[in-house]
Design a protein. Structure first.
Length: 369
């Protein structure tokens, strides 16, 4: 009885947080439908129970990028905290200032918080907002990749290194040359090549780089024009620079046409992730203001990718972010919601099993049942 009451309280708070965020939305015309999607999400969630529990409840964590290194599971999340900054469409309330790495001996085991892995004060070029990170292992070194705004309030992506998967990490003196926007995901292909996928619109600033240079003005394509694309670049062997140019990652519909900017339940918003299953490449991402994690399939790391469907239906809270990882022959989706706090900016990471159909498509996960 007590847990049911607490759930109801948390749900009510969540509805409040979502409504509060939607009401701050000054992009109302461009994202028409956002409010009704939000209402549907929260109304559905109100009667339903989460399919999984927070992995850790001593700190708030979000945007989980999971990896298996030496047989152990490591989760590289954002570290949410209450900065007291009012919510807005640019995500100013996500004012994170450090990273912690979580580790698990097994997928059903306890998650351990390994303390501060990188602090914003130790990143020479950083200004504010340490957002969704990722990690990789190469050259006998662990690399942490992280987006943070520089001192002029422009997002770039940095790299930091450690001899341990849980840090502490030492930041490179400058952002990775050629990076902009946010949400890096670093993918290792079977031939040993690494690729970085990145980008995010609205607060992620991707819309400010259409000319190839930063312009402090939001320029979005019209609804009937191709949507802004995520970006991809091959990593150099040193893992802290790009081998060649940053390219557009084109996501197309079933007819081979690029997804349009007005196609808000399918077009890219943020939260890139890449994985490979049975020789096919799966690029998954968040649709942002429509709150889905969706995926597209391709035949190589550069694309094009063809939209296939929904991986994860909307979670409680505004953001939806994930990673997809194989652990001991089974596949898992790491994601977050706001079960512990009921507040958009204080999230908690979770995990659930993910299943493929025989044709390689992914079964949609409902986070509440
Ligand atoms: O955690 C801050 C931002 O919220 C992330 O970078 C986005 O993907 C969204 O989850």
């Amino acid at each position: 009885m007590i847990s049911i009451s607490i759930n109801k309280l948390v749900l009510s708070l969540t509805i409040f947080a979502c409504v509060a965020f939607a009401s701050c939305n000054n992009e109302g015309e461009k994202t028409a439908g956002n409010d009704s999607t939000e209402a549907k999400t929260t109304a559905l969630a109100d009667t339903l129970k989460p399919i999984s529990e927070p992995l850790i409840s001593t700190i708030y964590t979000a945007d989980p990028s999971a990896h298996v290194f030496n047989g152990k599971i490591y989760i590289y999340p954002s570290h949410d905290y209450e900065a007291g900054i009012p919510q807005d469409d640019l995500g100013s309330h996500f004012a994170m200032k450090d990273y912690h790495v979580l580790s698990m001996d097994s997928i059903t085991g306890k998650a351990t918080d390994n303390g501060v892995a990188l602090d914003i004060k130790d990143v020479p070029w950083a200004g504010r907002q340490m957002w969704a990170p990722d990690a990789a292992f190469a050259n006998n070194t662990y690399y942490l990749y992280f987006p943070v705004k520089d001192k002029k309030d422009v997002f770039h992506i940095g790299a930091a290194t450690s001899s341990s998967p849980v840090g502490p990490f030492k930041a490179e003196p400058n952002p990775i040359a050629g990076t902009y926007s946010m949400d890096p995901a670093v993918f290792k292909d079977d031939d040993g090549s690494y690729y970085m996928y990145f980008g995010g619109i609205w607060g992620g600033q991707l819309q400010r780089w259409s000319t190839g240079k930063y312009v402090a003005k939001d320029e979005y394509p019209a609804d009937d024009q191709p949507a802004l694309t995520p970006k991809v670049a091959k990593m150099n062997k040193n893992m802290v620079s790009f081998d060649g140019k940053v390219k557009d990652l084109v996501i197309q519909d079933e007819n081979g046409k690029p997804l349009l900017a007005g196609d808000s339940t399918r077009r890219f918003f943020e939260a890139s992730w890449m994985h490979k299953y049975n020789g096919k490449y799966y690029f998954s991402y968040s649709t942002g203001n429509t709150h889905y994690i969706v995926y597209a399939m391709g035949d190589n790391p550069w694309g094009p990718f063809t939209y296939k469907g929904v991986v994860l239906n909307p979670v409680r809270g505004w953001t939806n972010h994930h990673s997809i990882v194989e652990v001991n022959g089974k596949w898992y989706l790491f994601y977050h919601d706001v079960q512990l706090s009921g507040q958009t900016h204080l999230r908690n990471v979770k995990v659930t099993e993910l299943h493929y159909r025989p044709d390689g498509t992914i079964e949609t996960i409902d986070p509440y049942k």
